[in-house]
Design a binder for this molecule. Structure first.
Ligand SMILES: Cc1cc2nc3c(=O)[nH]c(=O)nc-3n(C[C@H](O)[C@H](O)[C@H](O)COP(=O)(O)O)c2cc1C
Length: 187
């Protein structure tokens, strides 16, 4: 069986094969059961499948990311809800910590960014576990995209992720990775 941590690749093109709604639900089931601080779960996901949705996205995607984004069966917007703390009394029943975030936009932003990025990582690995290929992208106009897709919401985009059954021919050779001794210290 493929080891999803050592044999994974980033995909720049996908097979012409739909990703079912059941698979997307299964994907989220896997994402949601992972850790976030205070169980705050700031991640919000918009799956863009339709031609109309892709056309709305297109103007905000960096030129070099356009073709692969248009070709991918799905592009997910992985965003964070800066109002996540309003749900903390429900999501973290051990104690009400929402007061830590109220009127504290810096801490709120840091917490949302850290935890939605972690949840984005869980998303990528869950997709791999389900046999899907991923193409994460930060090359886009965040503010423009937020204006187009998140009007009236307190959501901010974090990164985009193309999703589908990967086309092995549209991957790149593995680029250098640091070895254990290069980046680890044990004190
Ligand atoms: C957060 C994030 C943002 C990325 N942004 C882009 C992007 O805008 N365009 C692109 O072509 N690749 C993008 N990549 C892909 C990386 O360049 C790629 O994952 C990396 O080179 C490792 O490649 P590999 O997974 O095939 O080994 C991004 C990856 C991540 C995780």
């Amino acid at each position: 069986m493929k080891n999803i941590f050592t044999e994974n690749k980033t995909y720049y093109g996908f097979q012409d094969k739909e990703v079912s709604q059941t698979t997307l639900v299964e994907l989220y089931e896997m994402v949601k059961n992972n850790a976030t601080s205070f169980n705050c779960q700031p991640l919000r996901i918009t799956f863009i499948k339709s031609k109309e949705g892709k056309e709305r996205l297109d103007p905000f995607v960096l030129e070099t990311n356009k073709e692969k984004t248009m070709q991918a069966p799905i592009t997910a917007i992985l965003a964070m809800d800066l109002s996540f703390y309003e749900d903390l009394p429900k999501n973290f029943p051990a104690m009400d910590v929402s007061f830590l975030f109220k009127d504290n936009p810096d801490f709120t932003y840091q917490t949302a960014f850290r935890n939605s990025s972690l949840q984005g990582g869980y998303f990528i690995k869950a997709a791999h576990a389900l046999g899907l290929g991923t193409g994460p992208m930060s090359g886009f106009d965040n503010n423009g995209l937020d204006e187009e897709f998140f009007k009236g919401k307190n959501w901010k985009s974090n990164f985009l992720c193309n999703l589908g059954y990967g086309d092995e021919a549209q991957t790149r050779p593995r680029a250098p990775r640091y070895e254990f001794d290069d980046i680890v210290e044990i004190l």
